[in-house]
Design a protein around this ligand. Structure first.
Ligand code: BGP
Length: 489
């Protein structure tokens, strides 16, 4: 009989990224990262904040100013939630929650402050040894992202960042240090967060300044190609250096249903899926550039430069598991007048009239998660890991120092039920890390007041506040789910 339950060893977890959580800017020998350079003006109104979240890219002047602005506090990703100092108490809370796995990223600029340094920074290595040691002491597995958008800014200034193949060598040198020091303690590795992000947020994904690019599309895809090569080289290295390598490929999953059964809409949906999602996973999980991309590249005037051996490298070093972020879904149509909303990384997404949206406008679609799990497993037949999912919304600390977040509980419940159903569909889903398990600075708007956590952090958009942590109602609810391994869902 088919069992409707989570596997015994299912990895219930939570996720953060170093640039959004750590703070500790320039402490312990850390260099400046590309994410440290993103400016936020506390006087911006909400409309400006959210417009910038989707459309603002780094400018040459903005970057120059950021580097000179050492002491300026209006760079929220320099302060995060002070996880750098507070991680012991945060891990105690995660232990109390019962987490089985914790996803965070490693800050490249903490290990190699300038990216091209000859020797790594010992203090940076020690920080991660302590942090990872603490997690292991508490029986929490580690899911480490090697680059979650932030790279040492020096690599951009001096070499052009991912546009330059040299960056792959610097990256490999960094990864070698990580494998040497943490190869036996980290359980799952992700070479890159959301490798398809470059197409949507160019500074985050590719560290490119739009205004400086002669052929913008060409530069984006050349950067992505270098990231593919870097990922394959990580896999190649892992086979030599790690006892049990588990290296994943990750995308931001943009699920897009045909808006109608009109053949044109169905075809549009196929094209949207290929262009935004499958291209990236096809390269990393199947090991080659899919033929369908030739038409997209031709239309954009893109001609990717392959070096000798690139094709073989990709073919021989495919991912051990497939991972993705999933927040909402959208629809595909050729109807230009279709109603719009927004979503993760996209300012304009075609709205699905059958779904509700959250306060920010992102649709809420639990069944979409089951659909995505089925699609990805059908296509790749590899274990799946949901690396990000959750509800970001505005919250104010309530009486009794808590948040009654029944909306988050119902979002989780809908998505967890969908996961359970997908497992019953036969999908090999190994883990789930709820995004921003503890409130962190949001990546798009750069604010604190868009919160995802089951733990509230008392900082406002300007970094004012006690920094105290408080458990929300969803903390107790999620704890119960983990304790019972989702039995009552
Ligand atoms: C993903 C990023 C995360 C995260 C999340 C939510 O694309 O990997 O870093 O922040 O989106 O986005 P936001 O923080 O803008 O709400």
């Amino acid at each position: 009989m088919v069992k409707n339950e989570f596997p015994k060893d299912f990895l219930w977890g939570g996720a953060i990224a170093c640039s959004q959580a750590d703070g500790g800017y320039r402490e312990g020998g850390k260099g400046i990262s590309t994410q440290d350079c993103r400016f936020f003006d506390p006087n911006w109104d909400e409309k400006t904040i959210y417009e910038r979240a989707y459309f603002s890219e780094m400018s040459t002047a903005g970057l120059k100013k950021a580097i000179e602005d050492e002491g300026n506090i209006n760079y929220p990703l320099r302060r995060g939630i002070d996880f750098y100092h507070k991680y012991p108490q945060d891990i105690s809370l995660l232990k109390e929650l019962g987490l089985k796995v914790f996803r965070t990223s490693i800050s490249w600029s903490r290990i190699f402050p300038n990216g091209d340094d000859i020797l790594p920074n010992d203090e940076g290595i020690k920080y991660y040894r302590d942090l990872f040691g603490k997690l292991k002491e508490n029986d929490i597995k580690i899911f480490a992202t090697i680059v979650h958008y932030d790279i040492p800014v020096n690599l951009v200034l001096k070499y052009g960042g991912w546009k330059n193949r040299k960056t792959i060598d610097f990256y490999l040198k960094y990864v070698k240090v990580l494998f040497e020091n943490f190869g036996d303690i980290v359980d799952y590795w992700l070479p890159f967060n959301e490798i398809n992000a470059a197409r949507f947020g160019t500074w985050d994904g590719a560290c490119l300044i739009k205004g400086e690019e002669e052929n913008y599309d060409q530069s984006i895809y050349q950067c992505v190609h270098h990231q593919f090569i870097a990922s394959a080289k990580v896999i190649e290295l892992s086979k030599k250096m790690l006892k049990k390598p588990m290296i994943g490929a990750m995308i931001a999953r943009f699920c897009s249903y045909p808006a109608t059964c009109k053949p044109e809409d169905v075809l549009q949906s196929i094209h949207d899926e290929q262009y935004s999602n499958y291209f990236y996973l096809d390269v990393m999980a199947r090991g080659e550039y899919p033929k369908y991309m030739d038409r997209f590249f031709e239309k954009m005037g893109v001609n990717i430069q392959f070096a000798e051996g690139d094709k073989e490298l990709l073919k021989n070093n495919t991912a051990d598991f497939v991972s993705f972020s999933y927040y909402s879904s959208q629809v595909s149509t050729i109807d230009q007048s279709w109603s719009k909303t927004c979503g993760n990384l996209v300012a304009e997404a075609n709205l699905n009239p059958y779904l509700k949206t959250n306060e920010i406008g992102w649709t809420i679609d639990g069944i979409g998660l089951r659909i995505v799990l089925n699609q990805l497993y059908d296509r790749y037949q590899l274990p799946l890991f949901i690396a990000e999912n959750g509800l970001g919304t505005f919250e104010k600390l309530e009486e009794g120092n808590t948040i009654h977040d029944d909306y988050r509980i119902s979002y989780f419940e809908e998505h967890f039920k969908a996961m359970k159903e997908a497992i019953t569909d036969g999908i090999d889903l190994i883990g789930y890390t709820a995004w921003g398990i503890i409130d962190i600075v949001s990546c798009g708007p750069l604010t604190m007041d868009k919160r995802y956590g089951v733990i509230y952090v008392d900082y406002d958009n300007c970094g004012n506040g006690t920094g105290n942590r408080y458990k929300k109602d969803s903390f107790y609810w999620y704890k119960k789910v983990i304790e019972t391994n989702g039995e009552n869902l």
